[in-house]
Write a protein that binds this ligand. Structure first.
Ligand code: GLU
Length: 425
């Protein structure tokens, strides 16, 4: 890909909303959108902050804070996950909601974008406390939700159990079992086959497509995966199954490295048993920061935001970065990687497999008819490969990076729909 137009450096390199807005502005410039329309598309439609009082296991009351942001519903109900983390903040949730709008648009599923978060540290909470937080948070944001309004899903530190509690809380309020209120549910409660693996599977598919563009064979590709959760862990396993050599994986405490290639299923089995990589004997242990700078062909940041920055981008050795996480590369790092000729498959395409199968889950719940895993996976394959091709074609047409190509495609589709609908007054 050739050089993108200059993206102005954000005032704060680590503010995700500014990072989203900077890239949005470049796409809007290239599309020639007028200032008013840009303001509409940049601004979240609704933001709700709720306090969540919980009786802790020790009998004491504690108040947590939760958010739900709906960015844009022009193309359909808002869609996006809920994350639980101690450092959740409103600007982050805003950025993540906007990224969901662009992500759903890139893969052309009929949803807008939303995101939620609760400031808490799930590692310090019991299952009962987590359940009470989830139920009270759901009740707090209930007026925004609905299968035709806003449909949550799992994200960082939430899972199918969290979604089951959310679905039950909503269903108790509406007096019927309403499975389409949330996606990423357990299979027995109206979940979809293939949903748990979907984000990792999407990461694998775009990596395979990008390697073709770079003229690299999968069996010659050495891959470093940051993270080992739903995206990183499953992504690593599927990449290894495609014949790639996964040389490093990490958890929140540190990374493991073996230049001959890790036995990924063995690493994941160890993690499941011990909850951390510490003590794993078939690889060397290295610090998290050093992992990103390892000698490799493909780097998959699949953990959290702001991992590739102006501080380390010069030292990244990968030829290809595939963003399993949302927002792992800062705007300044993008510029450095681009100058150095590193191809970056952007988050809004690379991790869109999850929301694509969420869409399939929502369709199945509403139809009351469930698909086989083969059908889910082959439809996912089709959506991701054709979206990759459309992003690549847009990037080529506008002579820009895959990231800006993805934004141009996504923002253009939302702008067209907004203009067709017009402004209600
Ligand atoms: N949390 C995931 C994401 O960031 C999935 C969202 C969804 O399925 O609605 O894409």
């Amino acid at each position: 890909m050739s050089t993108a137009p200059h993206v102005k450096a954000p005032m704060d390199e680590f503010n995700p909303f500014q990072a989203m807005a900077q890239r949005f502005d470049v796409a809007a410039d290239r599309l020639g959108l007028d200032e008013g329309l840009r303001e509409v598309l940049r601004t979240p439609d609704k933001e709700l902050t709720v306090s969540i009082p919980i009786t802790m296991d020790n009998g004491k009351l504690k108040v947590f804070t939760g958010y739900r942001v709906q960015h844009n519903f022009s193309r359909g109900p808002c869609k996006g996950g809920i994350r639980y983390a101690p450092d959740v903040h409103l600007d982050e949730v805003r950025a993540l909601a906007a990224w969901m709008t662009w992500k759903c648009s890139v893969v052309d599923v009929p949803f807008g974008g939303g995101k939620g978060g609760v400031i808490c540290d799930p590692r310090q909470l019991s299952k009962g406390e987590l359940e009470r937080i989830t139920r009270r948070y759901t009740t707090g944001i209930m007026d925004l939700l609905g299968p035709d309004r806003d449909v949550p899903a799992p994200d960082v530190n939430t899972n199918e159990q969290t979604m089951a509690w959310l679905m039950d809380t909503w269903s108790m309020h509406v007096r019927r079992t309403d499975t389409a209120i949330v996606t990423g549910k357990p299979l027995a409660l109206g979940g979809s086959k293939g949903r748990t693996e979907a984000t990792g599977r999407g990461v694998m598919i775009v990596t395979r497509e990008a390697l073709k563009k770079l003229g690299l064979r999968p069996e010659n590709a050495r891959v470093v995966v940051q993270g080992s959760g739903n995206v990183g862990g499953i992504g690593a396993m599927l990449l290894a199954r495609e014949g790639m050599k996964v040389v490093s994986i990490s958890d929140i405490y540190g990374a493991i490295h073996n230049d001959k290639g890790l036995d990924v299923p063995d690493v994941l089995a160890y993690l499941k048993q011990h909850k951390k990589l510490e003590g794993y004997s078939k690889a060397e242990h290295i610090p998290s920061a050093a992992q990103l700078e390892l000698d490799c062909d493909v780097l998959v940041p699949a953990a959290t935001e702001n991992q590739l920055t102006s501080k380390n981008a010069e030292r990244i050795k990968a030829k290809l970065v595939v963003e399993g996480a949302n927002g792992p590369t800062t705007v300044l790092a993008d510029q450095i990687l681009e100058r150095r000729g590193v191809m970056v498959v952007p988050d809004i395409l690379a991790n869109a497999g999850g929301v694509t199968v969420s869409y399939f889950e929502w369709v199945q719940d509403r139809a009351g008819y469930f698909w086989t895993e083969e059908v889910v996976n082959s439809r996912l394959e089709h959506v991701i490969t054709s979206s990759f091709a459309s992003v690549e074609e847009t990037a080529r047409k506008y002579n820009t990076s895959l990231r800006i190509g993805a934004y141009i495609l996504a923002v253009g589709r939302v702008a067209t729909v907004y203009q067709m609908r017009g402004t209600y007054a």
